[in-house]
Write a protein that binds this ligand. Structure first.
Ligand code: SAM
Length: 179
C-alpha cells in the first residue's frame, strides 16, 4: 500500500504525462511520508532524491534528506545525491498553515517560487516540473513565469484531490534550457 493518499494524485498526473521512467533522475520536494517516491520507484525510477522537514522511513534506493528545502545548501546536496541534472523536479510541499490567511498565502507562494527557481536552475533541457499550487493568488503569475521556460504548462486538478480544496497541480514539460 501507499503511505499517502497523495500517491494517487501523482499516479493520475503520471498516467497522463509519463514523466516517471526508468533512467530518469528525479527530485521529490516535500516527500514525507513517501507516497510520491513509492509511485516513482514502482514506475521504474531508480535515481531519486527527496527532502522533507519531517523524518521519512527509508525507501531504498531513494536518497532522503531531512532538512528545509529553502536552506540554500539543500538544492546542491540533492543534485550531488542524484549525480547530475534532474529530468523531473516534483514538489508536493505545503507549509503548516498558521490560520492567518495572508501569512499562509505568502508561505505557500514562497515555497512554490523556491521550487520553480530550483527547477529552472537545475533541470536538464527537455525536463519537467510538477508542483502543488493553490487556486487564485499568485498561481496565474507563476504559470506565466513557467511558460517562458517550458514548451507546455498546464494546471491539473487530479480526481484524487478533494473537489472542495483549492489545491491544484502545475505541470510544466519541455524545459527550454538556460541560454
Ligand atoms: N507527496 C507526499 C507523499 O506522497 O507522501 C506528501 C507531501 S505533504 C502533502 C507536504 C510535505 O511538505 C510535508 O511533509 C511537509 O513537511 C513538507 N514541507 C513543507 N515545507 C517544507 C520545506 N520548507 N522543506 C521541506 N519540506 C517541506
Amino acid at each position: 500500500g501507499y503511505r499517502s493518499r497523495a500517491a494517487y494524485k501523482l499516479t493520475e498526473i503520471d498516467d497522463r504525462f509519463h514523466l516517471l521512467r526508468p533512467g530518469a533522475r528525479v527530485v521529490d520536494l516535500g516527500l514525507a511520508p513517501g507516497g510520491w517516491t513509492q509511485v516513482a520507484l514502482e514506475r521504474g525510477v531508480t535515481n531519486i532524491a527527496g527532502v522533507d522537514l519531517l523524518p521519512v522511513d527509508p525507501l531504498p534506493p531513494a536518497h532522503i534528506l531531512q532538512m528545509d528545502f529553502t536552506d540554500p545548501v539543500c538544492g546542491p546536496q540533492l543534485i550531488e545525491l542524484l549525480g547530475g541534472a534532474p529530468d523531473l523536479v516534483m514538489s508536493d510541499m505545503a507549509p503548516n498553515t498558521v490560520g492567518h490567511r495572508q501569512t499562509d498565502h505568502l508561505r505557500i507562494v514562497g515555497l512554490i517560487e523556491a521550487a520553480v527557481d530550483f527547477a529552472v536552475q537545475v533541470l536538464k533541457p527537455g525536463g519537467a516540473f510538477v508542483a502543488k499550487a493553490f487556486q487564485g493568488g499568485e498561481t496565474a503569475s507563476i504559470i506565466a513565469q513557467l511558460k517562458r521556460h517550458f514548451a507546455d504548462v498546464k494546471n491539473v486538478k487530479p480526481k484524487a484531490s478533494r473537489a472542495d480544496s483549492s489545491e491544484t497541480y502545475i505541470v510544466a514539460i519541455g524545459f527550454k534550457g538556460r541560454s
